[in-house]
Design a protein around this ligand. Sequence first.
Ligand SMILES: NC(=O)c1ccc[n+]([C@@H]2O[C@H](COP(=O)([O-])OP(=O)(O)OC[C@H]3O[C@@H](n4cnc5c(N)ncnc54)[C@H](OP(=O)(O)O)[C@@H]3O)[C@@H](O)[C@H]2O)c1
Length: 251
Amino acid sequence: MNKPFTGKVALVTGGSRGLGAATVKMLAEQGADVAFTYHSSSELAETVVEEVHSKGGKAVAFRSDQADTGRAAALVGEVVAEFGGLDILVNNAAISVEQGRTVDDPDADTAAQDRMHATNYLGVIALIRAASKVMRDNGRIVSISSGLGTLVGLPGLADYSASKSGIERYTAGAARDLGPRGITANVVQAGLMESPTMKPPPEVLEALVSSLSLKRIADPDEIAAAIVFLASPAASYITGAKLDANGGYNA
Ligand SMILES: NC(=O)c1ccc[n+]([C@@H]2O[C@H](COP(=O)([O-])OP(=O)(O)OC[C@H]3O[C@@H](n4cnc5c(N)ncnc54)[C@H](OP(=O)(O)O)[C@@H]3O)[C@@H](O)[C@H]2O)c1
């Protein structure tokens, strides 16, 4: 198999399951040494590590709470200590809470919503700052957003949408700042996938699926392929861009 990532070190946040796990496996299969974070599911993380190792790849799991922005620099330091450098950062970890609650909902759990902003937005900023300080020239940053980062589309999604829109702008800013070092920074707008945590209420899910051009949810591998492309040497002249792998939500 072609291994365009041989010699490259990647850090994928939220690699214990879902899209992050698919991305870890795809990068490792294509030759990258992969560090990934998780928050609580250590057994799932270990399973991902074992699967990568069984195919001759290299992966190490790091338990790290992305909402703790003060942890970002230490995490990046641990990855560099383990692998000797850093070439690729995939900002995948995120949470989705209180979907369906309007901004004036008196029963909204605003503490949970604030934690979502800390995880999905501030945590990503902290990681881009920390990683870009040590990333080798011609590195890659790929941040995972959602169709909701562009178009809220339905009531009850303001907080999640804002957190995604925020990382889209920050990633574009990173593209401007890091371009002189050959480092690209791009966004993948992921589409709907099976997820134990990202599950919108049934009526929201139904409305979202019916709004898609393709009228179906995605397999994580279909979106990981877009991430891996933007992380690859083949994408060297693409930066500050947004790749919609969301089933045509914005079409
Ligand atoms: N699923 C969808 O329908 C959908 C749609 C559009 C966009 N997206 C985006 O696609 C990305 C992946 O979604 P997914 O469905 O694969 O998510 P998922 O299955 O819920 O997995 C989330 C991953 O992030 C990790 N994580 C959560 N909170 C964390 C924290 N505080 N610190 C570190 N890691 C943390 C989780 O670790 P633990 O396992 O330890 O909790 C897990 O590995 C996200 O950015 C999401 O916003 C998803």
